[in-house]
Design a protein around this ligand. Structure first.
Ligand SMILES: Nc1ncnc2c1ncn2[C@@H]1O[C@H](COP(=O)(O)OP(=O)(O)OP(=O)(O)O)[C@@H](O)[C@H]1O
Length: 857
């Protein structure tokens, strides 16, 4: 380190302060990265790695041009990295020694503001936690682009955190640097967000007004957030909004699996908006409206008054098509006020964006005038909003209609706004007129027809004469530059005018920039009012979208039942319906009340059991966000929680056995559900042996019946369970009907009372084109099983022997005698600890058993 240059010393000093970020070190027109940063960035960004210096001291280096840095930064952020941006903070021309450099901002996944890195219709959250050592944990969540902040108290288990925080768009979480509970460590390893640390959790004085609650943990989490933001952003956070305390009881609670399973905001397989309920309901006209809809879906309400408030407006908007159309037109001209306000606070808004703000404000009075047509609720929305008229007028007076993006090159400020500016402008324009007259005059005076007046950066204004005409050049022309075919001259008058023009232009640009900054400052003072306006507009946009979609798709206004009755006539799954031809979806009724709390659903594979269950949950969610629902008539309980145990698509990733996950989720549901909850359990117990599975399924149903009383839909292939209807008072059998015609199964998708008479597994296998030999053999076996005489006296259908242990033993013996190889394989299967093996190990084990069994023939 002895020969280290002062600049590299400066680099190391700064880098040491930002060990967990790429240091973008400004050197002239480039940001350079060195050492490990350089090697990693070169790999991640696929840019060339070079070296600075020679021999052993040579430092690996790579760089990106500063004018395209935003792009590279966005790519690194996307991969979860942080970037400390280190600028030259003094003029290199006048600096003594090494130019002074400072980190002006640390860009992190949760704090990036740049337009290209944020999605218009999604929030991007950064969260902070506090109170890890207690059994209650506080969180605060902020979207820095819009300034929205919420928070509250949750339990300290991973599932609690997931429920509160793991919305789509969580990009970064700030922790204190202390021991974390061990199950957290495991969870964090698979986390899709960036982890950051901040120790200080004292609420900074400047922000005290943002939290008016009294909870010390929430205050601490908010303090942690603010310190982290201050440390990384190093600028005003004036656009942060007061913290909205989230009271879980006010909302319909769903865990992460449930939200994913129901495909509320993203499709299950591809995790895309398309195919989700969000996509279906989103006919919003503004990005703010679209983001609010997303938040509605993440947190449906459990507060009836609030739901009905939304419903009332949606109802009005459905009925009053004219007002709806008017609002839609008005909303189309409203830009993203929330993010514009954020950029104003951040000091990186440009004149074009302020014009967008102005255009939006010009729409507001019309929207405010339209809303009262929607009755009392419409009027209520217009109360307390400030239409920011003075700001609108100021922006109208100050800014031209189509300003450039650059803010230092003039062309932004309207004539008549500022006297001095107008004078400079006039001077510059007069000068230009003088110049264009000059060309004409000199042509006349000299008789040179192709004489030209031109401008270049090096020589300024000049008069150009072609070589052939040179002899006619008058004496007072001073020669300045010689080209191949022409000669360029200046005159004293020309130079004087040039000075006047350039001086005026330089002053003009500086003055325009100053004026722009002062207008931006003035806008700053309106931020809270703009945010409030943005909320109102987003709300109206969201509800008009509900109304539009409800009308187009023939949704109906649901009523809420105090008696916890659910009665749906001709209900549909709104998303599946759109994937089928018009009219192909089979609508179904649902009836549940306090005498009919659990429905046991049987029916063949592919009949539509899962769809029916999801449909009920989705309709409940739609009702609780204030939207109409896909049914002819709908009465619903106001649920407090929804639990689902459907499918296993995500389970493989977590490394846990599918059955274990199923049991963990069931445990969670049984512990948390109340009589006001909705439970969807799809084929519980199918992941273990028939005997085990059926026993578990039965005891779970009994438990829900006896201890919880939640509205429950339970689908099963264990037809034996249908006898429960006789034992459990509030449990009823329903089935999805299918018919057999000429050996083919026809799915009717119709849900009817009573149990299914038959399973159609082999038909479905046939539909899936399994080899004919397999199908025929299966049919023969089925016949054989079905014809085994019944001994144990249980009332059951034709399919039962397949699932009865005693029968299985019997039939197995009748088919083939057990060999020593069979016994050995059976022992290995019995001894296997399936909770502690990977899917790959399971595959290998099956492969071995196959080998053993095949070797005996
Ligand atoms: N009501 C309906 N009307 C029309 N088509 C439907 C209806 N319900 C389901 N379907 C169609 O049937 C397919 C299978 O439905 P679903 O997955 O719900 O069956 P399932 O009974 O749960 O099957 P499995 O027991 O194999 O899981 C769906 O993808 C859908 O295309």
């Amino acid at each position: 380190m002895s020969k280290i240059t002062p600049m590299m010393q400066q680099y190391h000093d700064i880098k040491n302060q930002y060990p967990d970020a790429f240091l973008f070190f400004r050197l002239g027109d480039f940001y350079e990265l060195f050492f490990d940063d350089a090697e990693l960035a070169a790999r991640e960004l696929e840019i060339t790695l070079t070296r600075r210096g020679k021999g052993d001291d040579a430092a690996p280096m790579c760089g990106v041009p500063y004018h395209s840095a935003e792009n590279y930064i966005a790519r690194l952020i996307d991969k979860g990295y942080k970037i400390a941006i280190c600028e030259q903070v003094e003029d290199p021309q006048t600096a003594k020694g090494v130019v002074k450099r400072e980190v002006i901002r640390v860009v992190t996944p949760g704090t990036i503001m740049e337009e290209r890195a944020v999605t218009a219709d999604a929030n991007h959250y950064i969260a902070a936690l506090s109170g890890m050592d207690h059994d209650r944990l506080a969180y605060v969540r902020t979207d820095l682009t819009t300034g929205e902040t919420d928070g509250g108290i949750i339990g300290s288990e991973v599932t609690d955190i997931e429920k509160a925080l793991l919305a789509d768009g969580l990009r970064e979480v700030i922790f204190p640097r202390e021991e974390l509970p061990s199950d957290w460590e495991k969870w964090l390893k698979t986390a899709a967000f960036t982890i950051s640390y901040e120790e200080n959790e004292d609420m900074p004085d400047a922000y005290l007004h943002l939290y008016d609650g009294s909870d010390p943990s929430v205050r601490a989490a908010f303090g942690r957030m603010l310190h982290y933001l201050a440390r990384t952003q190093k600028r005003s956070l004036a656009h942060l909004q007061p913290l909205a305390t989230i009271e879980p009881r006010e909302f319909l609670q769903m865990d992460v699996h449930t939200r994913r399973n129901l495909e509320l905001t993203a499709s299950l397989r591809e995790r895309k908006k398309k195919g989700s309920l969000y996509h279906l309901l989103d006919d919003t006209k503004t990005a703010m409206g679209s983001r609010m809809l997303h938040r509605f879906l993440e947190r449906p309400l459990a507060n009836k008054r609030e739901v009905e408030r939304r419903q009332t407006l949606v109802h009005q908007l459905v009925d009053d098509m004219l007002t709806r159309a008017q609002l839609q037109d008005q909303l189309k001209n409203v830009y993203d006020l929330e993010r514009l306000a954020g950029r104003v606070a951040y000091g990186n808004v440009n004149a074009r964006e302020l014009v967008q703000l102005r255009t939006s404000l010009q729409q507001v009075p019309e929207i405010v005038d339209t809303l009262p047509a929607l009755g009392d609720e419409g009027v209520r929305l217009t109360e307390d909003v400030d239409v920011c008229e003075a700001l609108r007028e100021r922006l109208e007076a100050a800014l031209v209609d189509d300003p450039p993006i650059a803010i230092r090159e003039g062309g932004m400020i309207r004539r008549g706004f500022h006297e001095e500016l107008d004078e400079y402008r006039e001077a510059s324009e007069n000068g230009k007129t003088w110049l264009s007259n000059l060309e004409h005059q000199e042509r006349e005076a000299t008789g040179i027809k192709n004489l030209k007046v031109g401008y270049n950066r090096v020589f300024g204004y000049y008069i150009e004469i072609s070589k052939a005409q040179l002899p006619h050049a008058p004496d007072h022309f001073e020669r300045k530059q010689t080209l191949t075919n022409a000669e360029r001259f200046i005159t004293p008058d020309l130079k004087e005018m040039e000075n006047r023009i350039l001086e005026a232009e330089e002053k003009m640009e500086q003055l325009e920039f100053d004026l722009f900054k002062s207008v931006r400052e003035e806008t700053n003072a309106y931020i809270p009012r703009l945010q409030q306006l943005a909320q109102m507009i987003a709300y109206v946009d969201c509800l008009q979208s509900f109304a539009q979609v409800s009308e187009e798709r023939r949704f109906t206004r649901p009523r809420f039942s105090e008696q916890r009755t659910m009665s749906l006539v001709n209900s549909r799954h709104p998303v599946v319906e759109t994937t089928l031809e018009r009219g192909a979806y089979v609508a179904n009724d649902v009836h549940m009340d306090d005498k009919r709390e659990q429905l046991l659903i049987t029916g063949p594979n592919m009949a539509g059991k899962s769809t029916y269950m999801r449909q009920i949950a989705i309709i409940s969610v739609m009702a609780q966000i204030g939207c109409f629902v896909p049914a002819d008539e709908a009465t619903l309980p106001l649920f407090d929680k929804i639990f689902t145990r459907i499918g296993a698509a995500d389970d493989l990733v977590s490394g846990q056995s599918t059955f274990m996950v199923e049991m963990l989720e069931t445990e969670h549901a049984l512990k948390e559900a109340t009589a006001n909850s909705l439970l969807l359990l799809d084929e519980i117990g199918r992941g273990t042996s028939t005997y085990d599975g059926m026993a578990l399924a039965r005891s779970i149903v009994e438990y829900i019946h006896g201890h919880i009383g939640a509205k429950t839909l339970f689908s099963t292939h264990y037809h034996e369970l249908t006898v429960l209807e006789e034992e459990l008072e509030t449990l009823w059998n329903v089935h999805v009907r299918a018919e057999e015609e000429a050996g083919e199964v026809i799915f009717l998708h119709k849900v009817e009372e009573g149990r299914a008479d038959k399973s159609y597994g082999i038909h479905v296998a046939q539909l899936a084109h399994l080899p004919d030999t397999v199908i025929e053999r299966a049919r023969a076996l089925l016949d054989e099983y079905e014809n085994v005489p019944q001994e144990n006296g249980i009332a059951h259908d034709e399919q039962l022997p397949l699932f009865t242990y005693e029968e299985e033993k019997k039939t197995t013996r009748s088919v083939k005698k057990e060999t020593p190889e069979d016994a050995e394989v059976a022992k290995q299967i019995r001894d296997m600890d399936i909770l502690n093996i990977t899917p790959l190990e399971a595959m290998q084990a099956i492969g071995n058993w196959q080998k053993q069994l095949r070797s005996k023939t």
